[in-house]
Design a protein around this ligand. Structure first.
Ligand SMILES: *Cc1c(COP(=O)(O)O)cnc(C)c1O
Length: 356
């Protein structure tokens, strides 16, 4: 039996979007393809409030996390470690031979502008990488404030943002907030199948890429731009997924981006309140609570694995705590095309199963 996914990716995909993938193939040098690619890019620009370049990358987000590093870091990158995905980005930088320094905080805590300021003040950095929504802990980092600080005091430092589990679930004003690179895969808040990543690139980030050596081939911004001007990609793209994204962007714009963000905020509030009633929130400082995923402390010592087995019989799945937090916490994703009634249904099932 298929389960409705309340996990932070892949997320529940509605039939209309799935069906948009089951259409005849077209050639990626055909103008029919360029029409779709161009339309998707325009719709993404609206959602992200940006005039920056947008590339569609056939890869999971991890691919573009590596690509962004390789295009942008020439001297030294300031990385963060506030959970599994920010830590992964730092590891990617090191694996690519980049010099880094890492701001590490306890899991469940956020990266603040003050922490970034303290490190950048030491000098020598050309890039800072921030994970907008740390999916492993349920923390949303204050990227707007961090980017404002960087632009004011360190204007030559590029701000790269992993917005993977939050893009399309909360406001990201790419231009107003001066975000040089923002990337996100499609299988999280976008509510599409996995395999595609979208990325916005500012003039400054593009100019940096033009003078960066050894940036590899597949994710080179300059190569991507060469084809993007024709609404194409250098290599064969995941055409079916781009079709689906085109349909999904229409659905997102029809809902209204502000309405979509409000729906996510409402679902988040509902799950947070429920978690506080029966368990505890993992994130202590409520101002950093995520609009797309809630990490719940397993204060009752339940077996999360058993809970998921019972939920599976009823057609649902949630997420165990990530890594070291396995069984110590569990996570409910409230992103993408899930609705309030889905979350209410889920918490009813959990209460029933656990006898709460
Ligand atoms: C899921 C996730 C990733 C990795 O995405 P893949 O598609 O598995 O490569 C990176 N960063 C964050 C914040 C994520 O939630």
């Amino acid at each position: 039996m298929y389960k409705k996914l309340f996990i932070p990716g892949p997320t529940h995909v509605v039939d209309e979007v799935l069906e948009a993938m089951a259409v005849p193939m077209i050639g990626h040098r055909d103008s029919l393809y360029s029409d779709i690619h161009g339309a998707v890019v325009e719709k993404l620009k609206k959602m992200l409030y940006t005039d920056n370049r947008i590339y569609l990358s056939t890869s999971s987000s991890t691919g573009m996390m590596e690509g962004a590093i390789r295009n942008c870091v020439q001297t030294k990158a300031l990385m963060t470690d506030c959970g599994a995905f920010s830590k992964r980005w730092a590891q990617i930088a090191t694996a690519n031979g980049k010099e880094t320094e890492v701001i590490k905080v306890e899991m469940g805590e956020a990266i603040t502008p003050e922490m970034v300021d303290e490190k950048l003040a030491q000098g020598g950095f050309d890039t800072v990488c921030i994970t907008h929504n740390e999916t492993s802990t349920g923390v949303t980092n204050p990227i707007k404030e961090i980017a404002a600080l960087v632009k004011e005091k360190y204007p030559d430092v590029l701000v790269l943002v992993d917005a993977v589990s939050i893009m399309s679930g909360a406001e990201i004003r790419v231009d107003d907030w001066h975000l040089d690179v923002v990337l996100a895969g499609t299988q999280k808040a976008f509510a599409l199948p996995p395999g595609l990543c979208v990325i916005s690139v500012s003039d400054a980030a593009y100019a940096r890429s033009e003078t960066t050596e050894n940036k590899g081939y597949y994710f080179d911004f300059v190569a991507l731009e060469g084809k993007a001007v024709k609404s194409q990609t250098p290599a064969t793209p995941a055409i079916s997924l781009i079709n689906a994204l085109n349909v999904q962007m229409d659905r997102i714009l029809a809902e209204g981006v502000e309405n979509r963000f409000a729906r996510h905020a409402q679902m988040a509030k509902y799950v947070q309140d429920w978690a506080k009633e029966y368990f505890e929130l993992y994130v202590r400082d409520e101002k950093y609570l995520s609009p797309t995923i809630t990490n719940i402390k397993n204060t009752r010592g339940i077996s999360v694995a058993d809970l998921n087995k019972e939920l599976a019989k009823r057609g649902a799945m949630l997420s165990n705590g990530y890594g070291a937090l396995k069984e110590k916490s569990f996570r409910i994703a409230h992103m993408g095309d899930l609705q309030m009634e889905d979350l209410k249904w889920l918490t009813d099932q959990i209460e029933d199963i656990l006898g709460l």
